[in-house]
Structure formats: structure tokens, C-alpha cells
Design a protein around this ligand. Structure first.
Ligand code: RET
Length: 255
């Protein structure tokens, strides 16, 4: 077998750790999707798209967690090989959408917004596509090479977003900029977990533990980077709605 881990060798404890974390991921995506779709009507129209995109990210992830869970159960029973591609297809769809929701909530001028999308969306696709061959590689050599290639667009995205979020801070009311700072921190902290989880087999963690650690790392990072991130986007949209429109603020009891 290639680098895709043989799940039939997991102990009962390792099996339930992975099964429980995947179930937690599924529940988080389900609840956040419903909450965000229902809540989008509660912000001013110009911010609704950001919330709808955030809910769509968790909806796409909800579907993939169901498939990952199924694939994990089937592979543990020895009926199939665990399919790590669901995760990468999920990221291929959700990472560009996460970037779009961030750009949408900032309500930047159109030219600025278009240039950001044109730079960040292709970079995010390159990051995920270059990471996949390394994820399924059995040998450390190709894992390191693909991982290093994927890190180039990764650092580029973080750099561009960090600069852009920082630039937007002075133009916002104090409360909004405090929340945008929190969003910036959440982005750096959670996106950093993915390459660390990927590197577990390289860091000398043994096969089964590296597999379990990777599934836990990716799932916890996904819940923070999609659910908590989307809820923070919702909070920014509410604060900005209140700052833009005094009647919204008083109807929502925000001032
Ligand atoms: C890979 C391969 C190794 C190098 C790097 C990676 C980065 C992955 C990232 C994924 C982010 C996913 C998100 C999903 C949420 O919806 C592909 C593991 C740098 C940053 C934010």
C-alpha cells in the first residue's frame, strides 16, 4: 500500500479517538451551517453575502465529514482504503470561499477586492493541489518536497491577508478593529495547525499515532478555521452594520 495509512491496524482506543473527533467535526459543521444561514438576515444587506458564504463553507464541510466518517468506518472494517482525498477536495472548495468571505465582510472598494481575489484564489488552489501528492506519499522525500512547494503559496496567502487585514484596521471603529484583530490571530493560529499535522510522520511520530494525530489536528483546525472563523465574520458584520446604520444599532440594542 502507498502512503495512505492502513486503518485496520488501529487499536480500539485509537479507532474511537478518530471516530469521535470526526463525529465532533460533523456536528460542529451541521450546527454552524444552520445558525449562519438563519442569521444572515440579521445584518445589513451589504454584509449578507459574507455570512451566506461562511454557511456554505460549513455546509460543504458537513458533506465531507460525513464521507470521511463513512470512509473511515469502511476502511477499519477492511472493506476499502481510507480516502484522504475527501479532505483535500473539501479544502480545495472551502479555502477559496473562506478567503472570499473575509474579503466580503471587509466591504473594500471593488478594484481592491478584485485584485485580492485574483491573487488569493489561485494561490489557495495551488497550496492544496501541491500538498495532496505529499499527503499520500509513503516516503519522507516526496512528502518534504511537495510540502515545501505547498508552503510557498501558503506563506504568500498569509502575508497578503495579514497586510490587508492590518491595513483595514485604521478605517474601522474601535470595536470592529478589535474583532478584525481577533480574526487575524485566529487565521494565523489555525492555518498553522495544518502543516504541523501534515508533518507528523516526518517528525518521527510512529505510523498509527501519526495517523490519529493528523486526523485530530486537521479536524480541530477545520472546526476553528471554518466554524469559529465564520461566527467571527458574523460578529464583524453585526458590528459594522451597527456602525453604518444607527437605526439597525438601536433595533438590535447595540448602542
Ligand atoms: C498542506 C500541505 C503541507 C504544507 C501546507 C499545507 C497547508 C494547508 C492549509 C490548509 C488550510 C485549510 C483550511 C481549511 C478550512 O476550511 C496542504 C497540509 C502549508 C493551510 C483553512
Amino acid at each position: 500500500m502507498d502512503g495512505i495509512y492502513d486503518v485496520t491496524t488501529l487499536t480500539a482506543g485509537q479507532y474511537s479517538a478518530v471516530s469521535n473527533i470526526l463525529s465532533f467535526g460533523f456536528a460542529s459543521m451541521l450546527a454552524t451551517t444552520i445558525y449562519l444561514y438563519l442569521s444572515q438576515a440579521r445584518v445589513l444587506p451589504k454584509y449578507r453575502q459574507a455570512i451566506v458564504i461562511s454557511g456554505t463553507v460549513t455546509l460543504i464541510a458537513l458533506y465531507h465529514y460525513w464521507r470521511i466518517y463513512d470512509s473511515f468506518a469502511a476502511s477499519h472494517a477492511g472493506e476499502a482504503v481510507f480516502n484522504e482525498a475527501y479532505r483535500y477536495v473539501d479544502w480545495l472548495l472551502t479555502v477559496p470561499l473562506l478567503l472570499l468571505e473575509t474579503i466580503a465582510v471587509l466591504a473594500l472598494p471593488a478594484a481592491n477586492r478584485k485584485s485580492l481575489i485574483a491573487r488569493l484564489v489561485p494561490a489557495s488552489a495551488a497550496m492544496i493541489i501541491l500538498g495532496y501528492p505529499g499527503e499520500v506519499a509513503a516516503d519522507m522525500g516526496p512528502k518534504m518536497v511537495w510540502g515545501a512547494l505547498s508552503t510557498i503559496p501558503f506563506l504568500y496567502i498569509l502575508y497578503v491577508l495579514f497586510v490587508e487585514l492590518t491595513k483595514s484596521l485604521d478605517k474601522q471603529p474601535a470595536e470592529v478593529s478589535a474583532t478584525v484583530k481577533r480574526l487575524r490571530l485566529l487565521l494565523i493560529a489555525t492555518w498553522g495547525v495544518y502543516p504541523i499535522s501534515y508533518l507528523m510522520p516526518v517528525l518521527g511520530v510512529d505510523g498509527a499515532n501519526a495517523f490519529v494525530g493528523r486526523q485530530i489536528g486537521y479536524t480541530v483546525a477545520d472546526v476553528l478555521a471554518k466554524c469559529l472563523f465564520g461566527l467571527t465574520i458574523y460578529k464583524i458584520a453585526r458590528l459594522k452594520s451597527a456602525a453604518d446604520d444607527a437605526s439597525y444599532a438601536s433595533a438590535e440594542g447595540m448602542h
